[in-house]
Each structure stands twice: as structure tokens, then as C-alpha cells.
Ligand binder design. Sequence first.
Ligand code: AMP
Ligand code: MG
Length: 401
Amino acid sequence: MIQFEEALRIVLANVRRTGTEDVALADAAGRVLAMDVASDLDFPPFDKSSMDGFACRAGDLGQSLHVVETLPAGVVPTRAIGPGQCARIMTGAQVPGGADTVFMIEQSETLPDGSVRFTGTTTRPNLCRQAEDVRSGDRVLPAGTRLDPRHLAVLASVGVARPQVAVRPRVAILSTGDELVEPWVLPGPSQIRNSNGWQLAAQVADAGAVPTYLGIARDDMDDLGCRFREAAASSDVVLLSGGVSMGDFDRVPDVLKDEGIRLLFDQVAMKPGKPTTFGVRACAGAASGPPELAVFGLPGNPVSTYVVFEALVRPFLAAMMGHEFHPRWALAPLAKDVRRRSLDRDEWLPVLLGTDGGAEPIDYHGSADFVALSRADGLTRVPAGTAFLAAGTSVRVRLLP
Ligand code: AMP
Ligand code: MG
């Protein structure tokens, strides 16, 4: 049995990077940027008014001002502002030369002769200087960024209409278990519905990879082998759930070995998730280098499957695309005592974040309790050996995506 950090290290040491492709901006959200992006412009590109008002010289605020022109956004000023002059200006318009201040329309008064007067006592300049945010040529996004809506705004602004992104890994998903039926079937005696396949497919998509759900394999070597070959044939990663524990019918590790997968670990000191298995198949003819195929044998219980995906598979898929995944964390006081009996492994405990900011371990009947998990906001990791944590103890909560 290896520690979780060691398992994560092994997994990340066996990443094969995917290639790159160009996509339209409309398809870029959720993709991982494969290029450094520099700005082709200053931002702001010109001295810009941040208010609707009048652009003038600060020293002239005490006198009435002659309005020389009106400047909507998108219009280039035709003249500089001289002493005793101002331009009527809109938010986002270019500030004319000579002006160093924009006073708000709300703090102005138009006099009978058409001139305007500042009616406030003080004002800020209310303008943004050219290049105060970004200089032309500055790097605005590094390669490896997982693009979210804010990054699309940056790409659009610097003129990158077809960003280069990492190709998404193809991930085949196979559920194993003779007891499983699909969600649209009423389970017979001793059967249960397959939840892992659907949960995993959604997790894979959320991680930015392409899931292919391949159904349920039976717990026999032939069916498993045959379904595994099908899964491996057209994918970069295979996720199996179930069949990795100590039971008589847990045949996944043997099947993987038969299929030429080199197992790199088969037990991790985490709860849930102990029987997690990971293996790789080398590229044909290559003694070293990144593997052609990576295989995760995830424990069958839905909470274990979920947690192990988040802990190991999500960072792995991110790394295949050149993205370093970092979970988000919150620091929160425990809302109630935590007592533990088995202390040999770190426990990843599902918690609910209350409106008061407290972290409440959910009432949880173990790793089959997928309904309890569905209410959790995060996971807190209780170290091996810790039998008791008092309410109020500050814990780190890894927020679920
Ligand atoms: P196993 O590791 O195959 O022994 O499975 C552990 C537990 O998880 C058993 O109670 C299984 O019935 C359950 N299980 C396995 N696969 C799934 C699945 N795809 N969906 C829901 N429960 C599962
Ligand atoms: Mg099973």
C-alpha cells in the first residue's frame, strides 16, 4: 500500500501529452491553452474616459467652460482642450489632448450661454491612461491555462480568434459487475443500478476530456478482457470501476495483466479508495517514454469512484493537456465533532459548507452512500492516526467542482 502523495506522483510521472489544435473562440471554454498569448495592443489602447461628463484641465474646474465638441465612444477627438475649454465626453471615449480630468455629468450645470460649470467640490480624474493595464507585447495568458469565460474575454480583446489548445484525451469508461443493470432497468433481486458509469462520464467531461461510456462488463475474464480491448482500442485512458478489491470475482487486475498492462500500484492509503489500481501500456517498440495507454481501476463503491477520480484522475487528465490542476480550498471550522475508528489511512470526508461558513461532515454511511455524497460541497482530509477532531477545529476543505 502506498501513500496518496506517492500515488499522485506515479500517476503524474506517466502522463503522455496530447497534441494541439486550433478552435473557434465559441468552442474554447473549458479547453487548455497550448500557446502563450501576448497582447497586440496597449490596454487601454488610448487615454479613456471612465465617466459620462466633461473633459477639461483640472486647474479650470472653478470657472465656466466653453464646450468645444461632443465625443461619443469610438470617435477620435478633433482638437486639444485649451484653457477655459472642455469637451462633452461619454464613457469609453478617447480623452482629448490637453485634458487631464473628466468631471461627471451629475456634477455639472449648463449655463444659459451653453457653457458648463463643475458643481462639485472635488473630483477624481475619472480617466484611464493608455497602457495602464497592459502594454502591447506583454504576456496576458500563459500556455496551460484552462480557459474560462474571463480568459475568452482576454483572447477576444487581444485578437486571438482561434486559440491553439490541447487535444482532449479520449477516455473510455467501463463499469464492471454481474450485479449491475442500467438506469432504465428495474433491478431484479440482488441487482443494483450502475451509477458509476454515468458519474464518471460526467466527471471526465467536466475535466475537459472526451468520455466514451462503454457499458457494463461481466465479472468473468473473457468478457472483461474482450470489453477492455474494445475500450483500449480507441482511447488514451481507460477507467474501470469495480472488480479491484479482494473478492473472488474481483478480476480486473488479472485481466489488465493479461492485456499487457504494467500495474504500477494496486493499493493506496486513502479512505475511501484503498484498492485503487493504476497501470500503463508502453508505446509499441519504445522501452521508455510516456505510455500509450493509462488505465485506472477504480473501486466499485460510488463514493470511492468519485473521490478517486477527483484525487488522481482529474489531475492526470489535466496534465495530459498541459494544465496543472490545483483544487480550490476553503478554511472552515468543523460544525461538529469527528470521531473515527479505523485510523490506518487518511480519510477524505465529505462535508457540507453551511451558510455560517462551518464545515459539517455529512451523515454518511460509508462509501456506498452516493446520496449523502451528492449533498457535499467539499472533502476534508483527516490524517491517519487522528481519532478525534473537536467541533470548531479549523479544517481545510477541498471544494468539489
Ligand atoms: P466491487 O469493487 O466490484 O466489489 O464493488 C464494490 C461495491 O460497489 C459493490 O457493492 C458493488 O455492487 C458496488 N458497485 C460496483 N460497481 C458499481 C457501479 N457501476 N455503480 C454502482 N455501484 C457499483
Ligand atoms: Mg464487482
